[in-house]
Design a binder for this molecule. Structure first.
Ligand SMILES: NC(=O)c1ccc[n+]([C@@H]2O[C@H](COP(=O)([O-])OP(=O)(O)OC[C@H]3O[C@@H](n4cnc5c(N)ncnc54)[C@H](O)[C@@H]3O)[C@@H](O)[C@H]2O)c1
Length: 349
């Protein structure tokens, strides 16, 4: 039986991936230090939700450990055929107030995992959860057009941002820098040491079991706040657009890479031009479904916020024979139903 290590397996994406691979017959080990709540410096009563739900699943071994710690990582990669590296400090805002923890977790942590794989000599495949933030402020130089409820890229970028887009000579935020460091090391370890490497530069991923907060996971956060009538702020004018990808669609892409991907692949990953959503459009769908107006407060634009980000997914579609299936409308309805069903988990809001 093939064995996969999922770092950050108690997180949103990692837990979905762990469950998916276990149900496909993989033996799964997760490594997580359960730090999400502490890192975000907030009491997070849901921090262990995904860790706990995996306990009920056969075929999943849960290991508490830290990707910054070489001994923890070495033990975790022992005997595995693949690693999905999802552990990270994930909030841009946190990275600006505590760049040292962000760097240690994202840059050093990724290096530790890659180096541990290298030292086993076993050449486990490596899948890296990278981010569109590697392109930093360069994205804001793309000409955009303004419409009633959204911005959109002008026609020459209608297919979105490709993998060849510039990654440097601009501002990034510490999170963008630390994730880019991991992205470059992953590419290099692929080339230099023959480790099979799939790098997914992800846009906005959303789904069930996601505990979105104001500074990370905006789709889930808007849905949770709308249902709970919690204070919600739209920073900027709300016309910001992202391509959004339902988490199960993402996990299918990871699986496709492991099954039939090339030796090294770097992919921009999201819903692409056909699966996009603006903040205003999301609020309008939520108001429609809940049958009441949602009236958020407004705040200033956040540093490095991109007015539009849409992934060009032609490469991942062609190389992995993959395509996104869940539309934003379907996904938001599913998420809404899940939060309503689990509303007690959000009673602190
Ligand atoms: N969710 C998105 O839209 C999105 C977009 C782009 C990139 N990503 C990347 O995808 C990955 C997963 O994101 P997510 O949304 O599931 O976030 P998440 O915060 O839900 O999951 C991250 C997990 O990593 C764990 N972790 C943090 N530091 C650790 C450490 N030092 N050692 C071990 N575990 C540690 C946390 O406890 C958490 O369970 C991250 O690498 C993130 O940068 C996510």
């Amino acid at each position: 039986m093939a064995k996969i290590l999922v770092t950050g397996g108690a997180g949103f994406i990692g837990s979905h991936a762990a469950l998916h691979f276990a149900r496909q017959g993989w033996s799964v080990r997760i490594l997580d230090n359960l730090s999400r709540g502490a890192l975000l410096k907030k009491a997070d009563p849901n921090a262990e939700h995904n860790w706990n739900r995996l306990a009920e699943e056969p075929g999943i071994e849960r290991v508490r450990g830290d990707v910054r710690n070489a001994a923890d990582v070495e033990a975790a990669v022992d005997g595995v055929d693949a690693v999905l590296h999802a552990a990270a400090q994930t909030a841009v805002t946190t990275s600006t107030v505590d760049p040292a923890t962000d760097f240690d977790t994202n840059a050093v942590g990724t290096f530790r995992v890659l180096d541990a794989i290298r030292r086993t000599g076993r050449k486990a495949s490596f899948v890296y959860c990278s981010t569109n933030k590697v392109y930093g402020e360069n994205v804001n130089n793309v000409p955009i057009e303004e419409e009633a409820t959204r911005y959109r890229f002008a026609s020459e970028h209608a297919e979105g941002i490709p993998e060849t887009f510039g990654i440097d000579l601009c501002e990034h935020t510490p999170y963008g820098c630390s994730k880019l460091t991991g992205d470059l090391y992953a590419q290099d370890f692929g080339h230099l040491y023959g480790i099979r490497t799939g790098i997914f530069r992800m846009s906005c991923i959303y789904g069930t079991h996601q505990f979105g907060m104001e500074d990370q996971g905006w789709v889930a956060w808007f849905v949770i706040a709308a249902i709970r009538n919690a204070a919600l702020t739209v920073f900027g004018d709300g016309k910001q657009v992202r391509d959004v990808l339902w988490v199960d669609d993402l996990v299918r892409a990871y699986e496709a890479f492991l099954e039939r991907g090339p030796k090294t692949g770097v992919y921009n990953m999201g819903g692409g031009p056909e699966m996009t959503l603006s903040l205003r459009e999301l609020l309008s769908q939520l108001s429609d479904r809940l049958g009441r107006p949602i009236e958020p407060a407004t705040g200033p634009w956040r540093p490095s916020d991109q007015k539009v980000y849409v992934s060009d997914i032609r490469k991942v579609r062609a190389e992995l024979g993959w395509r996104p299936e869940v539309t934003p409308e379907q996904g938001v309805d599913r998420l809404l139903a899940w939060v309503q069903e689990h509303e007690s988990a959000f009673s602190h809001l």
